[in-house]
Design a protein around this ligand. Structure first.
Ligand SMILES: *[C@@H]1O[C@H](CO)[C@@H](O)[C@H](O)[C@H]1NC(C)=O
Ligand SMILES: *[C@@H]1O[C@H](CO)[C@@H](O)[C@H](O)[C@H]1NC(C)=O
Ligand SMILES: *[C@@H]1O[C@H](CO)[C@@H](O)[C@H](O)[C@H]1NC(C)=O
Ligand SMILES: *[C@@H]1O[C@H](CO)[C@@H](O)[C@H](O)[C@H]1NC(C)=O
Length: 485
């Protein structure tokens, strides 16, 4: 029998090799990060030039600091120059590292000194805010971005550089970090045009540790002009109703939109707005209209808000195509609310349309199943959707329902939806999401079967309704006749 002490030692060395395998199998020969500043979304691209220090190195750990990870709502890793995303899993917060880890599977094991370039894209939400917080109708719009400076890693890094790119060279101020002399080789921060470059920083030891973060991680703030509206969808409730009977797909969106630009200082003055409209000088935090890219082939578009029908929308519908949601073509809808949306204002409205079911649905004769693809959201470039709920309502009597979301929902549940002329109600699937970005453009696929009896259900209900009506009329006439006699 193994004495307890030896056993404990064996266990300790086992866990030590596990940790050290993760910590020592790579080094970063160079890291370059580009932070593209936007409105409610900030896109971050980090390229890791990595070198294996062990044979059979297949799993590379990308570390993201605790603070930053709270804003990460999209993560994707690829090999440089390739379009296929690599598989990964993300672990829980590791308290003694102060980081979340995303473990990426390399397509081929690297042997010692084998190199590869890994490109990691993340999208951050809610990392900017208007500054000043308030603006008049005549003022410009400026935002502040706040975030961490250094790219953290479990591995030693030979050199890293961070570029922060504003949409225009109009940068008001930026942080020059202090106390990084140990790693700085040249300039700490330099601005050229719209780009601020931090570093290069050299010979950084493994930095995914609470201790390193406490000692060396820097917080930076960049204050920049932003010439486009800052739009947030605080809530999107989409319902997609499939009707085989009418060969129709109805999509309805109940949305709450927020102009996340600087809040309006003082009162809204229509005269100022009219003169700005006339001279085409409307500042970005005043939103007179919104443009949506909707699927091709849609018709019967409706748009109303809390006060009723809004008729000032313009639709340029693209012709119907199969697989409409994946098509590059789109219908263009310009919505013009009753009044321009000023900074800080919320706007609730409903937007819906119909489209031929054949544009989004297919039938697999081999399995006897239907498949329908429905976009999770209508992407508004640069906008975040804080809360989204998608309800797919299937035909009455549908069975064998399977749902394939393009990314993991937060919740998913089934229910029954009953409408006009339904007998047993329609099965419905509801999924909820948070913090959707312009990368979350995928389709949710739903497969199901409709037994013949269910197909006949609707005509049956309709004919029963007709027969009843006929009988009532008939009886009424008879009664009528009897009375008149
Ligand atoms: C890996 O590269 C280092 C430094 O370039 C070299 O000293 C070492 O011999 C190489 N190892 C192998 C197995 O090629
Ligand atoms: C809304 O307006 C459109 C066109 O202006 C009209 O066709 C539709 O019937 C109206 N709907 C309601 C509910 O008033
Ligand atoms: C808009 O909605 C947000 C919550 O989504 C709320 O905090 C804010 O006060 C609202 N703004 C106005 C002007 O009602
Ligand atoms: C969405 O973002 C908010 C605010 O940044 C955050 O509190 C929340 O945890 C995020 N939700 C998810 C699922 O990441």
């Amino acid at each position: 029998m193994m004495p307890l002490r030896t056993w404990l030692l064996a266990l300790a060395s086992f866990s030590f090799t596990l940790v050290s395998a993760a910590a020592h199998s790579f080094e970063n020969t160079a890291i370059v990060r580009t932070v593209d500043l936007g409105g409610s979304l900030v896109h971050v691209t980090t390229t890791y030039a990595i070198r294996a220090l062990e044979n059979d190195a297949t799993q590379y750990v990308v570390s993201i600091g605790e603070e930053e990870s709270r804003s990460v709502s999209w993560f994707e890793a690829k090999l440089k120059g390739q379009s296929e995303p690599l598989t990964f899993f993300n672990g829980p917060l590791e308290p003694h590292h102060g980081t979340y880890s995303y473990t990426v599977d390399l397509p081929k094991p690297l042997s010692v000194n084998g190199t590869v370039n890994l490109v990691v894209e993340t999208v951050l939400t809610h990392t900017t805010y208007p500054w000043p917080e308030k603006a008049t109708q005549e003022n410009d719009q400026a935002l502040k971005y706040e975030g961490d400076l250094l790219v953290l890693s479990l591995y030693k890094t030979t050199t890293q550089r961070i570029k922060v790119r504003a949409p225009a060279p109009r940068i008001i101020s930026y942080t020059t970090p202090e106390g990084l002399d140990a790693f700085a080789t040249d300039n700490l921060a330099t601005q050229a045009g719209a780009t601020i470059t931090y570093g290069p920083f050299a010979n950084i030891p493994p930095s995914a540790s609470a201790e390193f973060i406490k000692q060396h991680q820097k917080h930076i703030v960049v204050h920049y002009h932003y010439a486009a509206p800052v739009v947030e969808i605080t809530s999107l409730r989409r319902s997609a109703e499939i009707s085989h009977w009418g060969a129709n797909l109805n999509v309805q969106n109940d949305m709450v939109l927020r102009n996340a630009g600087p809040a309006l200082k003082g009162h809204f003055a229509r005269i100022v707005h009219q003169s700005q409209t006339y001279f085409n000088r409307i500042p970005p935090h005043v939103i007179p209209s919104l443009t949506f890219h909707l699927p091709p082939g849609i018709h019967s578009v409706y748009y109303y808000d809390l006060n009723g029908n809004v008729s000032t929308s313009r639709l340029r519908a693209a012709p119907s195509v199969p697989k409409a949601a994946e098509s590059k073509q789109h219908s263009l809808l310009e919505l013009r609310p009753r009044y321009p949306l000023m900074g800080g204002w919320n706007y609730s409205f409903t937007l819906g349309w119909d489209s031929p079911l054949a544009d989004s649905a297919g039938y697999d004769a081999r399995t006897g199943a239907y498949i329908v693809g429905i976009p999770v959201q209508t992407v508004i470039p640069g906008a975040v959707v804080d809360q989204a709920e998608l309800k797919v309502i299937l035909p009455e009597g549908a069975t064998d329902i399977d749902v394939f979301p393009p990314f993991a929902p937060i919740t998913q549940h089934r229910s029954t939806h009953v409408t006009y002329l339904d007998s047993i109600g329609r099965p419905a699937v509801t999924l909820s999401f948070e913090n959707l970005t312009d990368k979350h453009s995928g389709l949710i696929y739903v497969t199901y079967k409709v037994p013949l009896s269910a197909h006949l259900q609707k005509p049956k209900v309709v004919s029963v309704a007709f027969v009843t009506l006929f009988l009532v009329a008939f009886l009424a006439r008879r009664i009528d006749l009897t009375l008149s006699k």
